[in-house]
Design a protein around this ligand. Structure first.
Ligand code: OOG
Ligand code: NI
Length: 466
């Protein structure tokens, strides 16, 4: 609590992410099983590598290991998205990044609401990948009208949460009791509803246009569709899922396995088929819908624009070589193509740093005090690193990857959900709906790196360091 009597936005986010996790584990027990497998695997990795434990301790990450890293929702209107922005702001989560999934055949564009500063990320990195359906891409006029009128009739927020958002904005904070009430009320928006707002026939026509459209339009709200814990060994978890009765998607998205992980690798279990009562039906054995799944992620170092361009080029090379979307039947070939293509990406932090491919945080080393500061003052960063007076750690990538995200969507929607949209990306349209611009994620990493260099300079008594 700060001097104004308000709780910090971080503490509201911590409470919310815990409440969301409890709700999801209760709603989707298989997700709880996945969490246990992840926790066990993480323990094994830590037990086998004290050096790794030390690194995670230095960067403060050891404390946030067991916390889910992200969840995802999909909404249907600009109004819903704009209000979600205000709701997430109460928890210190801001829209970072713009992701267009349309080129990959999924008619949405998205952002991730997440904490932006280092301290907040360390306290709780929870973020929500939030997609907005692009209704304009629905070519069938009847279906488009049905989607629009159905969405216009729903309110995905409780009246009380809207009052509390107003109060937060007016006061610039919430007290403890309001924050607790906010968490409970906000949770309602993300709850699962087994009653659809449309008839089975309407559901089928929405679904025939794209399964995602049915998922967004046919329900009272944007149910959380997955939560994602962090694993330290994604390959092992992927391999062991079937032993625990979990069916994983065919391939791990993102870069191949490496010594020094980059960006983000993700995999998920297939969405569950769940019973639904459609409008006009009296029992639940007449219909079903699949939307909810569990995902895991393993994060590596954030890449600079140069590193990202190299990543994109190598990923495209691997995909071109495969010649089709990765799936069960070509999974082995895809992994081989990825490994072959990524042999070109330097696999050491030292090389990535020297070639300007990734972002790092610089830390003054303890032996600093024994050094003659007058002499240091004239030195540059590289010399200080070589001399052991400054060390560096990779800055973890906190964002998402559009090709990977499309792969996660796709595997949970079924292969028949592939569409081709002849359209260009529309960041302006998305930001107009959101009501603000999205934050450029690359700038955040560059700022973190720059701040760490400034801190080193201060500790060393140097005016400028480059
Ligand atoms: C979101 C899929 C994207 C990720 O981790 O890349 C995502 C969705 O299925 O709604 O969560
Ligand atoms: Ni995800």
């Amino acid at each position: 609590m700060n001097h104004s009597g308000f709780v910090s936005v971080d503490s509201t986010r911590i409470d919310f992410s815990r409440a969301m996790s409890d709700m999801y584990k209760h709603e989707v027990p298989l997700y709880g099983t996945l969490m246990e497998l992840v926790a066990k695997t993480n323990e094994c990795v830590l037990a086998a590598s004290p050096a790794f434990v030390e690194r995670l301790t230095v960067t403060g990450e050891i404390h946030r290991l067991g916390i889910e890293r992200h969840g995802a929702i999909r909404v249907g209107t600009a109004q819903e998205l704009a209000t979600l922005r205000r709701l997430f702001a109460v928890m210190g989560m801001e829209p970072v990044g713009y992701y267009d999934l349309t080129p990959a055949g999924v008619p949405v564009h998205a952002t991730a609401f997440r904490p932006v500063n280092e301290k907040s990320l360390e306290l709780n990195p929870f973020r929500v990948f939030t997609s907005l359906l692009r209704l304009g891409l629905i070519t069938d006029e009847h279906v488009r009208n049905l989607a629009q009128t159905t969405l216009a009739e729903r309110t995905i927020f409780t009246p009380r949460v809207l009052e509390l958002i107003d109060k937060f904005e007016q006061q610039n904070g919430l007290n403890w009791a309001d924050s607790a009430e906010f968490v409970n009320e906000a949770l309602e928006t993300f709850r699962w509803h087994s009653n659809a707002t449309v008839t089975l026939e309407q559901y089928q026509s929405l679904s025939a246009e794209h399964r995602l459209i049915a998922d967004v339009v046919a329900f009272r709200g944007p149910h959380i569709n997955h939560l994602t814990p962090r694993t330290l060994d994604i390959d092992t978890v992927q391999l062991k899922m079937p032993d625990c009765g979990i069916v994983p998607k065919a391939v791990i998205e993102g870069p191949p396995k490496r010594e020094c992980p980059i960006l983000l690798r993700q995999t998920s279990f297939k969405a569950l088929e769940e019973p639904i009562t459609f409008k006009g039906q009296t029992d639940s054995d007449l219909g079903s819908h699949s939307a909810r799944f569990g995902e895991i992620e393993q994060r590596g170092v954030a890449l600079t624009p140069k590193g990202r361009a190299l990543y994109d080029r190598l990923l495209n090379t691997a995909r071109d070589r495969l010649g089709e979307f990765p799936n069960e039947s070509n999974a082995k070939r895809y992994v081989a193509a990825l490994e072959e293509a990524f042999a070109e990406f330097p696999d050491s932090y030292d090389k990535m740093r020297k070639q300007g491919l990734a972002y790092f945080k610089y830390i003054p080393a303890p032996q600093l005090n024994t050094y003659d500061k007058g002499a240091v003052a004239k030195q540059q960063l590289e010399a200080l690193i070589d001399g052991g007076h400054v060390r560096y750690e990779p800055i973890v990538y906190e964002d998402f990857l559009p090709v990977s995200a499309a792969g996660i969507f796709q595997s949970n929607l079924g292969d028949d959900a592939q569409s081709n949209y002849a359209t260009s990306s529309s960041q302006e349209e998305f930001e107009a709906a959101l009501g603000v611009s999205t934050i450029n994620e690359l700038k955040l990493y560059a700022d973190t790196q720059r701040r760490s260099i400034t801190k080193c300079a201060l500790a060393l008594g140097i005016i400028e360091l480059n």
